[in-house]
Structures are given as C-alpha cells and as structure tokens.
Ligand binder design. Structure first.
Ligand code: 4AD
Ligand code: MG
Length: 455
C-alpha cells in the first residue's frame, strides 16, 4: 500500500479508506484501552489524529515507545472524526516504529522561544511556526518563477564568485584558497586576481538583458555589512529582474505588480499557514495582506518625502535632511503613519547612490527607487541604469572606481546601448512581510549573521 500525504488525506471530501501515513509524533495520550497519536508529516500544518487500540499486535514495541519526536508508519482506516476540529481521523490497524526519540527530545508541547528554536535550527522545521514559514517560503519561490515566466522573462544564473563590487560599498566577503590551515593569497591567487562572493547579480544581469530583453536572476547574495538588525543577514536571496527598453516608470510598475502578485498568490495557496501566522505571530496580518492585494500603492519623490518628513513634527532619532539616506524609522513613518500602504520613493540624490544609476536631467538626482512596506521599510531597491557611455565613465571616475574592472560592463554602452532598468527584491524581506515574522533569522532555514554561522 502506498503512502499518502496527510495534507492530501485531510483535504479529501470522501474517505480514502485504508491507507498508510508516515510522519513524526507531535504528542501521544494514553488511556487503558488505546493511545491517541497526533501525527505530522510536514505536508500541512494540521496533524492527523491516529487511534491505536491497546489490542493491536505489537502495541508494546511500537506504540508505547512512540513518544513525541518519534518517527512512525501507520496503516489504518480513515473514518469520520468523533472529535472537533477536523473531518477525518485514522483507526490504526498497524503501527511501525521507524525511529524512536528519547524523553529528552528538545521540542516539547510547551511553546518555545524563537531564540531557543534558533539554537536547534536542525529541529525547528518540526514546529508549527517553522513548518508554516518554510512552506510559504517554498511557495513564494515558485510564485516568483511563475510571475516572471508568465511574462516571458528568461531566468539567468549569474555567478556567485565575482571580481566586481556591484554596489561599490565594499561590503564583500573575499574568496581565498587554503593550503592546509593557511590562507593562500597574493600571486598565488586562484583566479589571478582578488575575487569575492557576489553582493548582487545585477551587472551580469544587465549584459543578458541587453541581449534577451527581459531577464531575472534568483539566487544567494552575500553582504559583509556589520548590521545587527532584524532585517539584515550576511547571506540572503535576491530576485533581480532587468528589462531592456525600460525606464524608471516601467521599473516601479513591475515592482509593484510583483509584490501584489506574490501577496495574492500567498493568500490563495497558503491559507492555512497564513491563518496560523495571523493567530500566533501578527494579529493584523491577513487584513494587511488583503489591503495590499486590493489597493494601489503610493509613490513620492525623495525630495518631497524629505519635506513631508521634516514637516511631520515627528521626533526622529536620525536627522532628516536633503542628501542623507532615509533611515528605517523614516521609511516606516511614510508607510505606517502617513500613507498607510506600500510606498515607492524615487529620484534620490546622486551622492548617496551607486555609479550605475541613471543621472536625471536636474543633474542632482538619479533615477533610483525603493519600494517600502509597512513594518519593514525597504523590500525592493532598483533604478534605471546609466546607458550613456560618457556619463557612466564620468560616474566611475567620480566614485574612484577602477575603470578597467568594469570594462565589460562599460562595453554594453558602446555596442547598441539601450535604456534599461531593474531592481532587487530581498526574498527574506518579502517573507517577513508575508508571514509577519519580525526577525529575518526566522525566515531563513540556517541563518548567517555577524558572529553566527551554525549548522
Ligand atoms: O538595495 P540593494 O542593495 O540593491 C541592489 O543590490 C541592486 N543591485 C538591485 C538591482 O537593482 N538589481 O538590495 C536589494 C534588496 C533590498 O531592497 C533588500 O530587500 C535586500 O535586497 N537586502 C537585504 N536583505 C537581507 N539582508 C541584507 N543584508 C540585505 N541587503 C539588501
Ligand atoms: Mg537599497
């Protein structure tokens, strides 16, 4: 008899009859005549209740030791549940103990803190919350591919090891080879020059957009920024579309459409898991997601945003002044107090943005945009790219960047240059927004942050 997923079993309209399920015991209650096992196989949030009579052959060897955490295989008849809460339960005809768990299994029924669960990241996917979060993470990754594939975008794999610092911020991890315990370097360098883990696939993505027109990347990204915030990780995933023959307006529209599409997809396909997050993580979650799906977003220029913030009378910790970066408290004021919805801020001063952004006609600002959402701040950062050769070369010089390191990038402006634009969506920031989870470590299977690379 073949195994059935608990998600499939519980969603049946008609009883599937006699089946086999396999999973881990969440709890067991024993009475004289029978045991109740709550079984979870990770296919959905809900457990399957299994009733095992004490008269079952092998009861002492298989059911009695099947404590919380143990893996079991159960064959049985699916019947209408007598209890509340679910439609089906299982009357076991055979229980096989696949893997026992000792009494000191770290996950007991009582609620554990998120901090404690991070310290046992190899077991935390077995909890309700992390099961839900990582099923949503999987669904969102699929939805991202769907969004772009439905629109004819080509998926490009940009390199993880690179020689160029896309963001020009120097927050890179260096790649070296080892000789025993010793780090090799200098003339022995493997690639003949210094290389790093990528901070963004954008520059390589642009070369493909200038051939295949509409492309996207979706892969791991690394930043050695020493930010101890709940929104920064040293290793995270980024989605970076790049569109040829596109300006900032088209870029902002695509980012807004994408965020709406993903929220809509989560509401459609992750209802049970989102409902759990709404009950136990963030009581306003479902209402906020429905709002984001149904309403249009706001847009405001950086210059107007600075004026608005200065006039707000709000006591901010960091100063608001033209020419300074917006801090997360400013971003949150815009989305949570002023507009009360996702907001795109565009046209930032050129001094605070990377060399590749397109200079506006005012000569002061560049065609940059950040999409901000309530509760988090920036989830998307993007721009129209500087497609004019002379201006790009001047930018490189102005920012003291080695022209020779970017010659291939500059070449795109020599051979059939076109206006083009793109953005980066932080996958984990999106997941924080969709699940209501407040710390980026809790939407990453094995988080890497300053001082921590366990597992
Ligand atoms: O704004 P960023 O730095 O933009 C770029 O990297 C551009 N090259 C993207 C492009 O135009 N193709 O990063 C993009 C997004 C941010 O908006 C944020 O959501 C996320 O990546 N991000 C981080 N997420 C987690 N931890 C970090 N340390 C992050 N740094 C950026
Ligand atoms: Mg940014």
């Amino acid at each position: 008899m073949s195994r059935i997923r608990i998600a499939d079993l519980l969603s049946r309209e008609l009883s599937p009859g006699s089946v086999v399920v396999k999973g881990w015991v969440r709890t067991k209650r024993d009475s004289k005549a029978f045991s109740f096992l709550e079984l979870n196989d990770g296919s959905c949030l809900a457990n399957l209740q299994v009733v095992a009579d004490a008269t079952l052959p092998g009861y002492e060897e298989s059911v009695e030791p099947a404590r919380t955490g143990a893996a079991v295989e159960v064959e049985g008849e699916v019947v209408e549940s007598q209890g509340q809460g679910q439609r089906w339960e299982m009357q076991a005809t055979r229980v096989t103990l696949v893997g026992a768990a000792p009494e000191d299994y770290p996950l007991q029924k009582k609620g554990h803190s998120l901090e404690f669960l991070r310290s046992i990241a190899h077991l935390r996917p077995r909890t309700n919350l992390f099961g839900a979060v990582f099923r949503i993470r999987s669904r969102m990754a699929f939805a991202i591919h769907r969004f772009f594939q439905e629109r004819g975008f080509v998926y490009v794999h940009t390199p993880i090891i690179t020689a160029s610092d896309c963001e020009g911020a120097g927050e890179m991890f260096r790649v070296v080879t080892m000789e025993g315990e010793k780090v090799r370097g200098g003339a022995e360098e493997f690639f003949g020059k210094p290389t790093y883990l990528t901070v963004s696939g954008q520059l390589e993505g642009e070369t493909f957009a200038c051939a295949l027109s509409n492309i996207y990347t979706f892969g791991p990204t690394f930043r050695a920024e020493n930010s101890h915030t709940s929104r920064h990780a040293a290793e995270f995933w980024m989605i970076e579309p790049e569109i040829a023959f596109c300006d900032l307006e088209g870029d902002m529209t695509l980012a807004e459409e994408m965020v709406k599409y993903l929220v809509n997809d989560a509401l459609d396909h992750c209802a049970e898991d989102l409902d759990f997050c709404n009950r136990f993580v963030d009581k306003g979650l479902l209402e906020r997601l429905a709002f984001v799906r149904d309403r249009s977003f706001e847009r405001i220029s950086y210059t107007d945003a600075v004026e608005l913030l200065r006039a707000s009378g709000e006591a901010f910790e960091f100063p608001v002044e033209y020419g300074l970066a917006l801090q997360s408290e400013h971003e949150r004021y815009l989305t949570e107090k002023h507009f009360r919805c996702p907001t795109t801020v565009y046209n930032y001063p050129k001094e605070i943005k990377p060399f590749y952004m397109r200079r506006n006609d005012d000569e002061k600002t560049v065609a940059a945009m950040d999409l901000l959402v309530p509760g988090i701040g920036e989830i998307v950062g993007g721009s129209q790219r500087e497609e004019r050769l002379e201006v790009l070369l001047a930018n490189l010089r102005e920012q003291d960047l080695e022209e020779s390191a970017y010659d291939w990038y500059v070449d795109l402006r020599r051979f059939g240059t076109v206006p083009h634009a793109g953005f980066g969506l932080g996958f984990e920031r999106l997941l924080m927004f969709v699940t209501g989870v407040g710390n980026i470590r809790d939407v990453i299977p094995f988080p890497r942050t300053p001082g921590s690379a366990e597992f």
